[in-house]
Design a protein around this ligand. Structure first.
Ligand code: MN
Length: 236
């Protein structure tokens, strides 16, 4: 079994080096491998109908990739939908998603649902993930959606820079609850941009939480090597 996990590339026209690195990464994937993209592949996604040079090159590369690709939307690209899936041949998955590795249940999340101390964000999250809200949003003209996305991004950046760092990290109890609720022993997620392989999350558990990193100067992934999950980085 060949498995790969990535997240938080935050692809954007202003960061061509990240796009190049992603295209190279896809080019290295082989038939028979599974690649899981755990959200925030794009910095912003306002709908599958909005074509940009960036979206077109990513769609083309995903479609050409011989690996089986699974995509779990994050808090920035939650508007990715069926058209994107069809054009790329990827499989959309919803969180929580559990896979089996060596008879072990491994829970996959983007990670934002674990940051429960960020009350301002947790209040709007159900609305953002509501299919009816998304439908209404997607009916708005592109220009208006771009404006809304720009506003949201500015607010989010202002919020992130004024929110205490530990509030932006996961709540330990939320990790435990997610593992227990899904009968899983390992959790893989991104979102927090704090790549680390946490063994034994809390003293009471023997869980493992592997956090993917965002792509910047380094790219991050988790892969299965000799039957074990390994968190690795590489230069971009
Ligand atoms: Mn995120």
């Amino acid at each position: 079994m060949s498995l790969f996990f990535i997240s938080d590339l935050h692809l954007d026209a202003s960061r061509p080096d990240c796009l190049t690195a992603f295209l190279k990464y896809l080019g290295e994937r082989r038939h028979g491998e599974d690649l899981y993209i755990l959200g925030d592949l794009f910095e912003v996604w306002i709908g599958d109908d909005h074509e940009t040079a960036l979206s077109l090159s990513v769609i083309e590369a995903l479609a050409a990739c011989p690996a089986e690709i699974y995509f779990m939307p994050g808090n920035r690209d939650f508007l990715i939908g069926g058209e994107f899936a069809e054009a790329t041949g990827i499989t959309l998955i919803e969180e929580p998603h559990v896979i089996r590795i060596n008879d072990e249940r491994v829970l996959l999340l983007h990670g934002d649902s674990l940051c429960t101390q960020d009350e301002a964000y947790m209040r709007i999250r159900p609305m953002l993930r509501d299919p009816n809200f998304q439908k209404q949003l997607l009916m708005k003209p592109t220009a208006e959606r771009l404006e809304i996305a720009g506003d949201a991004r500015e607010k989010s950046q202002a919020h992130t820079s004024t929110t205490e760092l530990d509030i932006m990290d996961v709540t330990p109890q939320a990790v435990i609850d997610a593992l227990i609720d899904n009968s899983a022993t390992t959790l893989i997620h991104g979102h927090t941009h704090r790549p680390f392989d946490h063994e034994r999350v809390l003293s009471a558990t023997t869980g493992r939480r592997i956090v993917l990193g965002d792509w910047g100067k380094l790219g991050w992934h988790i892969h299965l090597a000799d039957g074990a999950l390994v968190l690795d980085s590489f230069s971009i």
